[in-house]
Design a protein around this ligand. Sequence first.
Ligand code: NAD
Ligand code: LMR
Length: 332
Amino acid sequence: MAKDPVRVLVTGAAGQIGYALVPMIARGVMLGSDQPVILHMLDIPPAAEALNGVKMELVDAAFPLLKGVVATTDVVEACTGVNIAVMVGGFPRKEGMERKDVMSKNVSIYKSQASALESHAAPNCKVLVVANPANTNALILKEFAPSIPAKNITCLTRLDHNRALGQISERLNVQVSDIKNVIIWGNHSSTQYPDVSHATVKTSSGEKSARELVSDDEWLKGEFITTVQQRGAAIIKARKLSSALSAASSACDHIRDWVLGTPEGTWVSMGVYSDGSYNVPAGLIYSFPVACKDGEWTIVQGLSIDEFSRKKLDATAEELTEEKALAYSCLS
Ligand code: NAD
Ligand code: LMR
């Protein structure tokens, strides 16, 4: 029997990530090739005409799974009945801007959209915040939508996770699909900690530690980390625009794994509400290794953290604590 359609909201849908993301969702990349969807697309009035153009293209593409499109500048209409909300709307960082520069513009958007989601989304709506500062926007959304369970509000660090896979794959000349269990800890920013301490690679002679295969700790503790941390800025420098196709694809990965689950013994990175695991302060949205089952994520417990990693986990937590204070000062 055909499944009922799932309603997926994309805010900022007329922007560049939105333009890459909506066809992926309509093709089943996010929720599976047997899952019909109804797309809700929100943007602001100056982008209304462009948004309508995106709607026209979705009609023209004749996606078999796409059962309806709501394209609107009305936040209540956009949020009504949605099962999944991908929050991309906001202002991107431009060349030379620090992430903190986009903070004041974006956190106030997340405060106001929190109420609309809380009042109008379907019960148990899953929320993914992509717009920067992603962790802190997600935290603000959580705090101003107190009736949405904290476990339903997440932010995107899967792009960083995928970037880490990409770097290891290039370095070892192996397929990304043969690498598993890298971790992004902390903030989606240049303080994030890409960690390969527990990552493994499938080889013809069995599963091997990524660290042993790379066998160059200087690179792993230096250039590898900074390349992943700075990749967003490098893309902005090259394209004069921030990453879009990789962000859209990673957003699909995030929701797909959350909804459909991660394979036994593997994990992915998601920005989630900290419960104090790994001595990360509770009450931040922090990227952890998570395993997903039956539509729920859980933080993978018991991984060893050496002294080098501990410092990195703490530094990115400290930045998030500062961002939280700054966000509140922008809202007051
Ligand atoms: P963009 O400027 O191309 O698109 C953003 C869209 O949001 C625009 O169409 C704009 O009109 C719309 N918008 C602005 N205010 C809005 C509001 N209040 N409600 C609804 N829509 C609104 O930007 P982009 O390149 O698509 O990037 C979007 C965001 O994603 C940026 O904040 C960017 O920094 C962030 N980003 C995050 C990641 C990540 O991994 N977390 C990766 C790439 C980009
Ligand atoms: C990215 O990681 O590509 C984006 O978050 C862009 C940015 O501002 O770094």
